[in-house]
Design a protein around this ligand. Structure first.
Ligand SMILES: [Zn+2]
Length: 273
């Protein structure tokens, strides 16, 4: 009995290994074993998106949607993951936040749009969220928490609707409540890398941190920025230090790029207050 159980587990591992090769999950040829295929991820993503839409007030201003989408697509074009149709959605809410779910669905709240001051900052948060998708952070967390049986059902396309619901609930929770410190560090790092590659001034990432810290003020111990991940000041400070260090490597031409302050302010005037 014991041998049989062992054998079938080995078979599953073998099956996985033969069916799925490593996927690129970041700049510089970063790779990881991803069991949930892009097709399955897209399917999960569509269901996540439906749930988000059912529970949120979507901001429909066309100018803003085009603007956000253009910035997003410009970053996607230089990213290490283009096998998804990325969608960029604005949610009308005072929350000073943004998040991403698998399948390339990126969301930002008008509350965050309202506290930022230029386009480079918007590009920074967009690039950070795209990086969570490129690095498949939610997918990787799901692979860890779903358990072998549910994961097997999803991977083999045999999951019942109850099983899918369970996976979606877990995934949304991960996307909204935050990733590990390592995943955040990675998204910050890739985010700066991609936004610069897309032609933006990477200093926007520092500006963004400052605006968010200011917006959250003394309350940042309780809920902080980006998917509410930062529970404490030391981590926030560490994050800022890392980004500062990364940005300091860029030449002056890059750091003197226009941050598109005026255009952003015009767009900001359209937002609901
Ligand atoms: Zn994040």
């Amino acid at each position: 009995m014991k041998f049989k159980a062992h054998l079938s587990f080995s078979l599953i591992v073998l099956l996985f290994a033969s069916l799925f090769s490593c996927a690129t999950t970041g700049p510089g040829g970063e790779r990881d074993l991803i069991l949930i295929s892009t097709e399955q991820e897209k399917q999960l993503g569509r269901e996540f998106d439906q749930q988000v839409r059912a529970e949120s007030k979507i901001y429909t201003n066309e100018q803003w949607n085009n603007y956000f989408n253009e910035i997003g697509q410009r970053i996607v074009a230089v990213s290490d993951r283009k096998d998804l149709d990325y969608t960029f959605t604005i949610i009308e809410s005072d929350d000073v936040n943004a998040f991403a779910v698998p399948g390339g669905y990126i969301y930002i709240y008008t509350g965050l749009l309202n506290v930022m001051e230029n386009e480079a900052q918007l590009a920074a948060v967009t690039s950070h969220e795209i990086s969570h998708v490129v690095a498949r952070h939610t997918v990787k967390r799901l692979q860890q928490v779903l358990g072998i049986s549910l994961l097997y059902q999803i991977v083999m396309g045999e999951a019942s609707s109850d099983a899918m619901d369970a996976a979606i609930g877990l995934g949304l929770n991960i996307a909204l409540s935050g990733y590990s410190r390592d995943y955040e560090r990675e998204a910050d790092q890739y985010g700066v890398f991609y936004m610069e590659k897309a032609g933006y001034n990477p200093e926007g990432a520092l500006g963004l941190f400052n605006e968010m810290q200011e917006a959250h003020g003394g309350a940042s111990d309780e809920r902080s920025f980006f998917e509410n991940i930062f529970a404490s000041h030391p981590e926030t400070q560490e994050r800022i230090n890392n980004v500062e260090e990364q940005i300091s490597q860029y030449p002056r031409e890059v750091l003197s790029r226009d941050k598109n302050h005026d255009k952003y302010q015009q767009m900001k005037a359209l937002l609901p207050q």
